[in-house]
Design a protein around this ligand. Structure first.
Ligand SMILES: Cc1cc2nc3c(=O)[nH]c(=O)nc-3n(C[C@H](O)[C@H](O)[C@H](O)COP(=O)(O)O)c2cc1C
Length: 220
């Protein structure tokens, strides 16, 4: 068991880092650890509808700096910058090729279980969550899963003393077109969800402000 106080200390340590020290780089081993916590994150139906694009190339970072107001003063200086993608609704259709292949090859499900899961997922996407036929809702649902990975990566980074910033300060459609246009991904398969910077802080953070536990927790 991990020490509870040490874990809470990491939650206090994590803050939305506003300025990174360009001289300090995260080691390959530490960054791999952060990515691993994204990869191991849970997702609805275990579909892992994400991809993590680590953007180290300066021209692409400059493009992001120029378009993403939330990334300015971070994206050029941080050690590692990650663009998190969500799988496009067409890829997640129970009628497509991708889901059954994913269930067979990644989840190692036998054929009977694949067909059963596809039936469940069809019911879920058509009836329970009303995603099918609503591309924006379907995309947002995939994005929700990516935010679980995002949260885990931010926390894991803090646990090893690495600073981070979640970034959704950008015009979504324009930024997505620009990144796909640079060849980072196939827009038929993925769409930009959220971004994150990782590195080491230049300045001490502002004191953390949060609502009190009793104001956000309700027992029923
Ligand atoms: C999904 C998400 C998107 C965010 N986008 C930005 C951003 O674009 N730029 C930025 O400087 N901070 C961004 N933040 C940081 C939040 O403003 C910050 O987490 C919040 O004010 C709480 O402060 P703390 O993280 O320092 O505790 C984002 C946070 C989250 C969770």
């Amino acid at each position: 068991m991990l020490d509870k106080q040490a874990i809470l200390d990491a939650y206090q340590f994590r803050h939305a880092c506003k300025a990174y020290d360009p001289a300090r780089k995260i080691s390959d081993d530490d960054f791999r650890f952060i990515l691993e916590t994204g990869r191991l994150s849970p997702s609805s139906f275990g579909l892992e509808p994400w991809r993590f694009v680590v953007v180290q190339e300066p021209q692409t970072r400059a493009l992001i700096r120029d378009m993403a107001w939330g990334a300015r003063e971070k994206v050029m200086e941080c050690s590692h910058f990650v663009v998190i993608l969500a799988r496009q609704p067409a890829m997640l259709s129970p009628d497509g090729d991708y889901l059954p292949r994913f269930m067979r090859e990644v989840q190692h499900l036998p054929e009977e279980a694949v067909q059963m899961r596809l039936r469940f997922f069809r019911n879920f996407s058509e009836k329970d969550f009303e995603l099918a036929g609503h591309p924006r809702a379907f995309y947002d649902w995939a994005c929700k899963q990516t935010y679980i990975a995002l949260g885990n990566m931010l926390t894991a980074a803090a646990m090893i003393g690495v600073d981070s910033t979640a970034i959704e300060g950008f015009p979504l459609e324009a930024m997505n077109s620009a990144l796909a246009g640079r060849g980072l991904y196939d827009p038929a398969q993925f769409k930009l969800s959220v971004m994150a910077a990782f590195g080491y802080r230049l300045n001490a953070p502002q004191p953390k402000t949060r609502q009190r536990l009793q104001d956000v927790v309700q027992w029923a």
